[in-house]
Design a protein around this ligand. Sequence first.
Ligand code: MLT
Length: 399
Amino acid sequence: MRINRNYLQLPENYLFSEVAKRTREFQAHHPEMPIIKLSIGDVSRPLPAVVVQAMKQACSEMGASKTFRGYGPEIGYPWLRTAIADFYQKQCGVKLEADEIIISDGAKSDLSNLLDIFDPQATVAMCDPVYPVYLDTNLMLGRRPKFFRATNANNFLPMPNESVVADIIYLCNPSNPTGVCYNRAQLQQWVDFAREHGSVILYDAAYACFVREPELPRSIYEIDGARECAIEICSFSKMAGFTGVRCGYTVVPKSLVTADGVSLHQLWQRRQSTKFNGVSYIVQRGAAAIFTEQGLTAVAKHLAYYQRNVQMICQTLDKLHWSYVGGKNSPYVWVRCPGMRGAWEFFDFLLRETGIVCTPGIGFGTAGENYIRLTGFNSYANTRAACRRLLDLRQKKKR
Ligand code: MLT
């Protein structure tokens, strides 16, 4: 039996499965300790009412012979693609054609599936630390990526240099896991670098909705030349509570072509129409409702709710004098383990002493060895309780 032996190069479990496993084990031994999860970026706010209403309506349509729908367009219904294009125009002045936007079941799948349209020998560069999906999916194909390290020395915003020349460059902005955000001038350097070397940037914009500072970019297409070198991947998971519903999209501009004139848009569309039957009508109706006035108001409230949690986490870290970055334009805070302890060691310490589950930075790459990641996605009450427990650590230390 010839299996894909590249899988044997992967860590035994996907990062968040490993965190969940260790949390379950801890709970089994310490049932008295109430757990608070500030680990995986899973949302806690329910879906906006307007989204639920749209999905209910769509469900009813599916139950009546006059309005029933079978297979939809593989790349998504035009009304959802148009709503997204209008949103880009209003939000950041970016003009996209609706059919440059291809609807999917989320950013994670698209980030992995996009690899299908590149040469198996294509070279890859990504940040360290990085969202593990980028690395694991390349390891599965037997690729050995190059890394650009995000460290204190470069303010966790590494810039391009000749050592990371590659066919595919992953950028996540604002960054998962560090929560920091490139500004326009920095992104321009990445775009110029990609164009100079004929690379494609896979730009993960899953957290763009958390950008608060107006001078920071929300889309890579705000940058000159990006339409010639970048694919933007985004999802409604964090923006509108779709982690369990599943819907996102990928923008592949029609102007993105290889040196010999092959359209990447064409390839992606070909890939999706062969391997994917599209997102359900019900889910797409729900997604389209996000872009109504009511939907956008509800989204703004959700984002403000999570931002308040993150702010509370940052204030707590300030009081503890723990060093961190992120949190300002992101739901994530990247915290240096006090005493430069190892990431899993500090994960265990926090779990044991406070019942808080974090994500160990090492799970995102070697540059994360002395870091943990915290999120603002839990409820306000749980986040407040977690912050109190963190502050209580000071008393425990004194005793
Ligand atoms: C994270 O915690 O990094 C994300 O929730 C993972 C994901 O979106 O798949």
